[in-house]
Design a protein around this ligand. Structure first.
Ligand code: ADP
Ligand code: GLC
Length: 478
């Protein structure tokens, strides 16, 4: 068994704000069959410590970035958890990263430096009975772990992999925090921690990890360009020989149209149609001639939903309908609330995991018009439930959907959804018009829908890729 410590700020089913949680929560189980024993280091947020029954205290630090901390170990929901119980950092309400007013917690740099530092402590033998051969750090919140390891006795012995789930979040902190974050001022240089006068936790991970991954091959290529690299393209170009993209998968048990306890199972008569009727009823939507489209998303500029607001007439004029579930930017929330005044549009502002299942099962199509999308998971749920994805041609969306085109519809139809490019309201309008036309070609629609449901979206292939990557990084190439 290859021993790996995953350092992550969220993991399903315990704490989630986005896809990172799904990936961090699914990877350990997916890797177990590939000779990898993964333990997961998580912050002791109230939602996490509340799940612990009889945890074992396996390490303690009297001063962990401003207060005492303990490391608690327990198996929870199939995860071999190590929980950093540090009340001064994590025992608070509101969000994982945001306070009740929606602003970043002012001590976020310390909160996740502590997590990363404890990851490095574990790499240095802090646990009496277990130590990792490799530390897998996720996003900026884990980014300082490869740095601390590189500056510790474990350097060169314990390997580090850094995964970028989203380069838009870089973990920047003022230079004045260097000593509070236990960083060597000598490392505050452009070829190390420094990023335009600030400390960058993500850059630290990119510089010091033995290997860097991101969550799709296309995003890996995009990240090397100024358009997508968000200022870190130069760093990544410098490390392109140790940089690759591995697609995310989804949990095939949790997202299973035949066994999903939150929907009318598809193996019942008229499965999909029954879910659609139920969804319409739930949102008081009338019957309609066009496709029922769904969106489940954070409402941020990344997700391109402002484009959808502009393109919506193209769907509604053709008898289509929209149900949107999301939360985020106040302006987008308000704009969608307004849009919901149309009888064929329903909007739920909030976060609701089970409603997401009912929507995926009840929709004809799922819309993902992202400006950039490292991987994206909702289009994968759509594929699995035969809910045709309509996606922008970017990142993981480009890698997971086979777009309807003359080539993919000719002969043996291989298309699984629709794509549009460039990522503009006009191109999205055109895609929605194509979707509505396709909806009336019932045989073709069902063919594409069957293709979608047969497309592999689980973890099997990617788990194998991660296992091979770990072996390669550890110098055990097979
Ligand atoms: P990102 O991580 O950028 O938000 P992903 O598509 O990778 O995008 O993952 C988003 C995850 O969060 C999916 O599992 C999606 O179903 C879920 N999600 C997003 N918003 C909501 C919401 N408002 N209610 C329920 N689930 C949501
Ligand atoms: C990020 C990305 C999303 C990806 C997820 C999990 O939040 O925005 O595209 O699927 O991480 O890797």
């Amino acid at each position: 068994m290859t021993r790996v410590l995953s350092v992550t700020s969220e993991a399903t089913p315990l704490v989630k704000t986005g896809g990172l949680a799904d990936v961090a929560g699914a990877l350990p189980g997916a890797l177990a069959g590939h000779g990898v024993g993964m333990r997961t280091l998580l912050p002791g947020y109230p939602a996490v410590t509340a799940e612990l029954r009889k945890p074992k205290t396996c390490a303690e630090w009297p001063d962990c970035f401003g207060g005492p901390a303990r490391l608690l170990a327990e198996q929870v929901a199939g995860l071999d958890l190590l929980v950093l119980d540090a009340p001064h950092l994590y025992a608070r309400g509101a969000g994982l990263y945001l306070d009740e007013t929606g602003r970043d917690w002012p001590d976020n740099p310390e909160r996740f430096a502590a997590l990363s530092w404890v990851g490095a402590e574990i790499a240095n033998g802090a646990l009496p009975d277990w130590s990792p051969a490799l530390v897998h750090a996720h996003d900026w919140q884990g980014g300082l772990a490869p740095y601390y390891i590189a500056r510790s006795p474990a350097a060169g012995k314990v390997r580090a992999v850094q995964t970028i789930h989203n380069i838009a979040f870089q973990g920047l902190a003022p230079a004045a925090r260097l000593s509070a974050l236990r960083l060597d001022p000598a490392d505050f240089k452009p070829d190390n921690l420094e990023y335009w006068g600030k400390i960058s936790a993500l850059k630290a991970g990119l510089i010091h990890a033995d290997w860097i991954t991101t969550v799709s091959p296309t995003y890996a290529e995009e990240l090397l360009t100024p358009e997508f690299g968000m200022g870190l393209e130069g760093v990544l170009l410098g490390r392109r020989a140790q940089f690759s993209g591995i697609l995310n998968g989804i949990d095939m048990d949790m997202w299973s149209p035949d066994k999903d306890p939150h929907i009318i199972p598809y193996n019942k008569p008229r499965g999909k149609a029954a879910n659609k009727a139920a969804l319409r009823a739930e949102f008081d939507l009338p019957k309609a001639d066009g496709p029922l489209c769904v969106v489940i998303s954070r409402l941020t500029a990344q997700k391109g939903l402002d484009l959808l607001l502009e393109a919506l007439p193209a769907l509604l004029e053709r008898g289509g309908q929209l149900v949107l579930l999301g939360t985020g930017d106040a302006a987008l929330e308000a704009a969608f609330r307004m849009a919901a005044e149309h009888p064929d549009v329903a909007v739920r502002i909030g976060y609701d995991e089970w409603l997401a299942h009912r929507m995926i099962a009840g929709g004809d199509a799922i819309l993902v018009p992202s400006r950039f999308e490292p991987c994206g998971l909702t289009q994968l749920y759509g594929l699995r439930y035969g809910t045709l994805p309509v996606v922008a041609l970017t990142g993981g969306l480009a890698d997971t959907v086979i777009p309807a085109s003359p080539a993919t519809l000719a002969g043996k139809v291989v298309a699984t959804g629709l794509q549009f490019n460039p990522v503009t309201a006009l191109a999205l309008s055109n895609a929605l018009a194509r979707l509505c036309a396709l909806y009336h070609q019932r045989d073709l629609w069902h063919r594409i829908s069957r293709n979608a449901m047969a497309h592999p979206v689980g973890w099997e292939h990617s788990a194998e890729s991660y296992a091979q990557l770990y072996k390669g990084v550890l110098g055990q190439t097979t």
